[in-house]
Design a protein around this ligand. Structure first.
Ligand code: IFM
Length: 446
């Protein structure tokens, strides 16, 4: 399949960045090697019943030992950029103690990308908090803020301006709500109040680290990656419309409004007065420190209906097409979320830092992986990005999630998001049809 973009699309221009994305815990493996210490995800995987099939990150895609071949693969697919995360527990082995072998790995990774003409986009925190920090309260302890700033300082000092863009956090919604509020992700805590407190400390850590990162890497872009699953009202009743707005406030604007407007949405504080954290007013000025880019992660939408004046519930869409992880395919919501953010806030340029689909993929007798649905998903979502750009949204690049199949958190290895298939026994990588579709498009674009 060819990527059918309009001939005048800005995505076809060579200054629009096309990349692939991964995260350390999902691909690196070598979780006990060369001084890496346990993260909250190692502990969570070891807790019975938390992760599908009892899967863990011990080997994953063995990327730690196969880094050079994986970079060759990215280059062979013609991508301009690679978004990866640094594993905090690989570079810090204890409070105040740093692991030179861990830092060397990322140093080689960055140089390996530059040698191949690929731009490095680095995420500092993609959910793998060192367990020793969780043991003193993790994201619930305000002291994690200076600890994160130390970590950001160490990494940006070492990798410096060789990196094109640094993101402080990936999807703090997941860390706070899935990790501390609902217990679906590590560290598996289940308190609504803890969820909002973790959110505030994550955002404060983000805003506190940015000036230090800027000083260490003045030529790099500095930003944050937020995830958006816009809510649509189940009917056009006033109650359902209010429910959708409340849902967006809680899931999207708690993060986006704090970062880009310096305030949390009042509807969330009004709906949850008992859970809302107390904090010094000055925190909001730190959280809203100006950024060079916003990373937008988008996969699907949700449909909600009101169950009371202050509550709502999801409404399943059984007639719609879904991916293998059960997420509805609804590309218009990507255009909608981008134009909506653009209207509400004064935003820096946007990168789509993640977008992709899980598929029940397998290798056929011709040694191919035919992932039709994923190809259609990418084509329709790239057209959705094109429409947002035509409507005036400043978007500089698009990263497919993910370079290769990997550890999908609580779903273990059971859900495959890669454009490259991974055989977890042999560690063979096989580009799927979607990878070849990108390769054709990017080769032709040159
Ligand atoms: O695999 C994750 C990634 O780590 C963060 N964003 C969503 C992806 C798919 O669930």
């Amino acid at each position: 399949m060819k990527l059918p973009l309009p001939p005048q699309s800005p995505l076809i221009l060579p200054d629009f960045t096309f990349g692939v994305a991964t995260a350390a815990f999902q691909i690196e493996g070598a979780s006990h090697d060369k001084g890496r210490v346990p993260s909250i995800w190692d502990t969570f995987c070891d807790t019975p019943g938390k992760v599908f099939n009892g899967d863990n990150g011990h080997i994953a895609c063995d990327h730690f030992n196969r880094m050079d071949a994986d970079l060759d693969l990215i280059q062979s697919l013609q991508f301009d950029a690679y978004r990866f995360s640094v594993a905090w527990p690989r570079v810090q082995s204890a409070p105040g103690k740093w692991n030179p072998i861990g830092m060397d790995f990322y140093d080689r990774l960055v140089d390996g990308l530059l040698t191949r003409g690929i731009k490095p986009h680095v995420t500092l925190y993609h959910w793998d908090l060192p367990q020793f920090f969780e043991d003193t309260g993790g994201w619930l302890n305000r002291d994690i803020v200076p600890r994160f700033v130390d970590y950001a300082d160490k990494v940006t000092r070492r990798l410096g301006d060789r990196v094109t863009a640094y993101a402080t956090l990936n999807e703090p919604w997941c860390s706070a709500y899935l990790g501390y509020r609902w217990g679906i992700h590590a560290p598996g805590k289940t308190s609504d109040a803890d969820g909002f407190l973790a959110m505030h400390h994550l955002l404060l850590a983000h805003g506190s680290a940015i000036p230090v990162m800027r000083e260490n890497a003045p030529a790099a872009a500095h930003g944050i990656v937020l995830n958006f699953t816009p809510a649509y009202p189940a009917t056009d009743s006033a109650a359902d419309q209010r429910a959708a707005a409340q849902c967006d406030d809680e899931n999207s604007h708690c993060f986006a409004s704090a970062v880009f407007a310096g305030r949390y949405p009042t509807s969330v504080q009004e709906r949850h007065p008992d859970w809302w954290p107390e904090f010094p007013e000055e925190d909001l000025a730190i959280i809203s420190t100006p950024l060079d880019f916003l990373g937008v992660n988008f996969y699907t939408r949700q449909v909600v209906r009101a169950t009371s004046d202050i509550d709502f519930e999801p409404v399943p869409q059984p007639q719609a097409e879904h991916t293998d992880i059960g997420w509805e395919i609804y590309p218009d919501a990507l255009t909608h979320v981008l134009t909506d953010l653009h209207t509400r806030y004064t935003l820096p340029p946007i990168y789509i830092t993640e977008n992709g689909a899980a598929g029940a993929d397998s290798i056929n007798e011709q040694d191919q992986v035919i992932d039709d649905q994923r190809c259609r998903y990418y084509a329709s979502h790239l057209n959705a990005v094109d429409r947002a750009m035509m409507a005036g949204v400043n978007i500089k690049g698009y990263f497919a999630w993910s370079l290769m199949d990997n550890f999908e958190w609580a779903e273990g290895y059971n859900k495959r998001f890669g454009i490259v298939y991974v055989d977890y026994v042999s560690q063979r990588r096989l580009p799927k049809q979607s990878a070849l579709m990108f390769k054709d498009f990017l080769t032709e674009r040159q």
